[in-house]
Design a protein around this ligand. Structure first.
Ligand SMILES: [Zn+2]
Length: 248
């Protein structure tokens, strides 16, 4: 999980070793300033020690910083092959993300994450069925992830489909899982899929309800959260501004 350069100690802890491995030099001084345009060299995957020393709040803060780098076009310089090699023998992801299949909302890219940083479950409308819950329980209880992040996004086609009561093969059943969010959204204006403000309000409510369902239907995650071992948070990705807004 790459981090921004300014907190020097943080860079030393989390990026120096990987950078040193690639650069083949022993001294740390000036390494970050040597990268083009002040970018980070993100050449390694998270180690267990690095993941374990981060709190859930640290991890959320790093996701926010990664999204900020993405928005500014200042992403880390990723050596994906080095990350792949470093993670081949084991993975220590910091978070599990539940996001939509939308091609414009790839969580790893929009938060400038590395291979091995996060588990990512993707399903249209980012709903949590039992299989998704099982995946999250594996991610947190077995593999040690500390953040469950549910990410919706603006102009979501699945949300529009649920608003319109679209019926199509297996999609009908999926959209039925989003319908409660449509009903639960308090909105004074036009309640149609053509009104993007309403669509986005439903998408946000859908994230909130999904988080409620995670807590209700997963005793494993509820217990971890009550012990402060994990945090369960929501977010909305804005396709126009490239901003990931966290809440909850
Ligand atoms: Zn979507």
């Amino acid at each position: 999980m790459c981090s921004t350069p300014p907190p020097r100690q943080e860079c030393n802890d989390l990026t120096r070793r990987s950078f040193l491995r690639v650069a083949g030099i022993a001294a740390a001084g000036g390494l970050l300033s040597a990268t083009p345009a002040g970018r980070l060299a993100c050449a390694s995957a998270l180690t267990k020690a690095q993941r374990d020393e981060m709190t859930p709040d640290d991890i959320i803060a790093r996701m926010k910083k990664g999204n900020e780098r993405f928005r500014r076009g200042k992403e880390a310089t990723h050596d994906y092959l080095a990350q792949q090699r470093a993670s081949a023998k084991g993975q220590y992801p910091a978070a599990v993300i539940l996001s939509c299949i939308d091609s414009r909302a790839p969580a790893e890219v929009i938060m400038d994450l590395a291979i091995g940083d996060v588990f990512n479950a993707r399903v249209a409308g980012n709903i949590a069925n039992n299989d998704i819950l099982g995946s999250m329980e594996f991610a947190c209880q077995v593999a040690g992830a500390k953040v469950v992040l549910v990410m919706g996004h603006t102009a979501c086609g699945a949300i529009k489909g649920a608003i319109d009561d679209v019926e199509l093969g297996n999609l009908t059943g999926l959209l039925a899982k989003i319908r409660p969010a449509v009903e639960a959204t308090h909105y004074g204006g036009e309640r149609s899929s053509k009104n993007y403000a309403f669509v986005d309000a439903v998408a946000r409510k859908n994230v909130e309800l999904t988080i409620e369902q995670i807590r209700q239907n997963s005793g494993v995650l509820r217990e971890l959260e009550s012990q402060d071992a994990i945090r369960i948070v929501g977010s909305m990705y804005n396709l126009k501004t490239a901003t990931v807004e966290f809440f909850g």
